[in-house]
Design a protein around this ligand. Structure first.
Ligand SMILES: Nc1ncnc2c1ncn2[C@@H]1O[C@H](COP(=O)(O)OP(=O)(O)OP(=O)(O)O)[C@@H](O)[C@H]1O
Length: 266
């Protein structure tokens, strides 16, 4: 989907690094001194019990929160403080735990909304829908149609997303994130609230995004079967601290992880 550029990191190299990141809300320490990296092209899971700091970590990575201390490096450069739309324009897109779409708008328009970041023509030309802006809009629409085909949602392209079953809404949200042509895609509980069939479909699309487009994916997921099937590496948080990091098999056998999920006090 995305053409390689000279500044691209090679597959398997670190594309994003989290170094000693801490985040506090008043007296609550959501994250304490967390470090891990994400390699280009991998599927990286972030797991942990409720309140472990997983969403806070994604929010730090996409600029929604600013770490109290520590740093985040993206493509070899320390990330300055930035807002989510700046992070998205820079190549980091995300989806949310609860679907965040324009419910009254169609599937097509929601995905097109994700594309606005890529639009170069001035508002003046866009309003006129004339000349260069028209050519650009046609190219963007073609790109969005490709995503719609890829996600097999042609049959709902005109349907307002508020009328769609939950599983399909999550798929549209994935489409909107893909419309930004992200280098790193952050997925916050992409299977939450889905039935088994919807989960299987979503798993397949996530793997296809990874395999066909080489998009780097970091995901938070509670379903351990899904995590073990999808991920190349898993980082585990508990009470805002990293307690394990490794392949799914390594993490599954890690005693601290077993204890955390069984609720054993440390
Ligand atoms: N905006 C906020 N203000 C105050 N405390 C917060 C805020 N966001 C998160 N927290 C606290 O930070 C800690 C980590 O929360 P976070 O949502 O990151 O965990 P999580 O692992 O994503 O949990 P879950 O699996 O339940 O979604 C929790 O104690 C939470 O209450």
């Amino acid at each position: 989907m995305r053409a390689p550029s000279a500044t691209d990191i090679a597959a398997g190299e670190v594309i994003l690094a989290v170094d000693n990141v801490s985040l506090g809300f008043g007296g609550v320490k959501a994250l304490t001194d967390v470090s891990f990296d994400i390699k280009k092209g991998e599927v990286r899971a972030i797991i942990g019990p409720n309140g472990a700091g997983k969403t806070s970590m994604l929010n730090c990575i996409n600029g929604f929160y600013h770490p109290t201390s520590g740093r985040i490096t993206f493509k070899g450069k320390t990330r300055p403080k930035m807002r989510p739309h700046e992070a998205a324009a820079g190549g980091i897109a995300r989806t949310f735990q609860n679907v965040a779409l324009f419910k009254g708008m169609s599937t097509l328009d929601n995905i097109m909304a994700g594309r606005t970041l890529k639009m170069n023509r001035s508002f003046f030309w866009q309003v006129l829908r004339h000349g260069p802006a028209m050519d650009e809009e046609i190219a963007h629409r073609r790109f969005v149609e490709e995503i719609i085909d890829f996600l097999e949602i042609q049959h709902i392209r005109k349907v307002p997303v508020g009328k769609l079953p939950y599983g399909l809404q999550k798929r549209v949200e994935l489409g909107r994130a893909l419309a930004m042509e992200p280098e790193v895609l952050l997925l916050d509980e992409p299977m939450a609230g889905m039935n088994l069939e919807e989960k299987e479909d979503m798993c397949r699309f996530i793997l296809d995004v990874s395999n066909q487009y080489g998009t780097t994916i970091a995901l938070i997921e509670h379903d351990m079967g899904v995590v073990m099937d999808l991920s190349d590496r898993v980082v585990v948080l508990e009470y805002g601290r990293k307690i394990a990091d490794g392949t799914p098999d390594e993490v599954k056998r890690n005693q601290a992880v077993i204890d955390a999920y069984l609720g054993v006090a440390h």
